[in-house]
Design a protein around this ligand. Structure first.
Ligand SMILES: [Zn+2]
Ligand SMILES: [Zn+2]
Length: 444
């Protein structure tokens, strides 16, 4: 699962066109009886979540609106670079119509557990760095013109903008691949769900826990593999400039790929256009379902949504002629998201942006792949034609209008789901902050 290089580029190390973002793409289904289906070190979409041995593992995750168990969208194994923990993020969303577009129907959790192998690794790197720093000081003492050793602090292992080690490498680490030694997760059957009421904080289960039927799940679960994001230079991108199509909404629509067509609102806003371009122009990344960059900058979906206006204040203002919208410049979280994103509920520390889900995921996790048996849903239903599907949705819409069947599950209707998680990677299982941009919010 090494990050792939774009075709024709042999030396990727210094290309400015690579961003620091890792894109996750679906990579084949995980058989439900395979050990990977019950591992917390595997990144996947759909299926059931597996939690590492930690106290207070829930029996199910419930919707904040209807309080029913909700399916997993993704489990992402993402230990931090130079961190000491296994770190897993989970995102769940209610598929019921009545809960769509309501806060509380999408929830994210983080499980962080100390990994002795990583601890050893960090300790070794620290020793090497200390030895190097000592050698530097020795050199400095011999050279009266250099600064004193006091000017070279070497105490802060993490948290400085220039980490002591882990300096610019040719490629960013892949948090999804478990290249570092990871102890084989112990398996447990879904029947072995601990009784939460009997657990105390010091009372962690000795094995991992995989949730199971009758909780709904998108089946089959699918592996995620990652590539580094590569945006080819602008002149290679097949987009017409705005000036050529100014004022012609229809032409704007036709220049975009079919994938996006059904999502296009009447009035395109610049934020949405940038979102689409970023995803569409990514080399080999058109099928990205998830974007990962710890402490990075999310790509907002719409200037109309409250979370975007908080994170990128001013992004909704009309642009002057020849003015470009620079979202990175507007981003409030460059140093801290204090006051915008609430702190970690476990340790009180700051949260930062970590990952976001993008709409291609919706086309993979469709209502007809939802199952409560642990197996893939009926194949016959899966092969529904587009016309049949449309008819079914129309019938459903009619019933909803009449106030019936609002318990029905439906296709998800978000534009992006952003997850903000604890910067300190504190140990335990906790709910993290989600910022959801709903699909309708782009119609202004
Ligand atoms: Zn719900
Ligand atoms: Zn924390």
């Amino acid at each position: 699962m090494s990050p792939s290089s774009p075709a024709g580029s042999s030396s990727s190390s210094l290309s400015v066109d690579y961003t620091n973002v890792l894109l996750a793409l679906p990579d084949g289904s995980i058989p439900s009886n395979h050990a990977d289906a019950k591992s917390y070190t595997i990144s996947s979409i759909g299926g059931y979540p597996t939690f590492p041995p930690l106290p207070n593992i829930p029996k199910e995750i419930n919707c904040g609106i209807c309080h029913q168990p909700i399916p997993l969208l993704t489990q992402v194994y993402c230990p931090l670079e130079n961190g000491e923990n296994d770190r897993v993020l989970y995102v769940f969303a209610c598929a019921r119509l009545k809960c769509q577009k309501r806060d509380g129907s999408v929830r994210a959790f983080r499980a962080s557990k100390r990994n002795e192998e990583y601890v050893k690794d960090v300790e070794e790197k620290r020793k090497i760095a200390e030895a190097a720093a000592e050698a530097e000081r020795e050199k400095a003492r011999k050279n009266p013109f250099t600064l004193s050793s006091d000017a070279q602090p070497n105490g802060a292992l993490f948290g400085s903008s220039q980490p002591l080690f882990g300096a610019a490498t040719s490629s960013s680490p892949n948090p999804f691949a478990s290249s570092a030694p990871v102890p084989a997760p112990q398996q447990s059957s879904s029947e072995a769900i601990p009784d939460v009421s009997k657990l105390s904080l010091s009372d962690a289960p000795s094995t991992s826990t995989t949730l199971g039927p009758p909780i709904p799940a998108y089946q089959p679960a699918q592996y995620l593999s990652t590539i580094e994001e590569y945006i080819p230079p602008a002149e290679d991108v097949d987009f017409e400039s705005d000036s050529e199509i100014d004022g012609d909404e229809d032409m704007k629509a036709t220049m975009l790929d079919d994938t996006w067509e059904r999502m296009l609102p009447k009035h395109l806003d610049e934020v949405f256009q940038q979102f689409v371009r970023k995803l569409e122009s990514s080399d080999g990344g058109q099928k990205q379902v998830l974007r990962y960059e710890f402490d990075g900058i999310p790509v907002p979906y719409s200037s109309a949504s409250p979370i975007t206006r908080k994170l990128f204040p001013g992004c909704e203002k009309p642009l002057k002629k020849d003015e470009e919208l620079d979202l990175n410049e507007l981003y409030r979280g460059k140093s801290s998201l204090n006051g915008i994103i609430p702190p970690c509920t476990l340790c009180g520390g700051e949260r930062t942006f970590e990952l976001q889900l993008v709409p291609y995921l919706i086309s993979l996790l469709t209502p007809n792949t939802l199952s409560t048996t642990g197996e893939a849903a009926d194949d016959k239903k899966k092969k529904q034609t587009e016309a049949e599907r449309k008819k079914e949705l129309e019938e459903l819409a009619k019933k909803i209008k009449e106030g019936k069947r609002d318990d029905e599950v439906n296709e998800m209707e978000w534009g992006t789901i952003m997850v903000f998680a604890c910067k300190r990677d504190c140990i335990g299982l906790t709910e993290e902050y989600v910022g959801v941009e709903w699909e309708s919010s782009i119609t202004i």
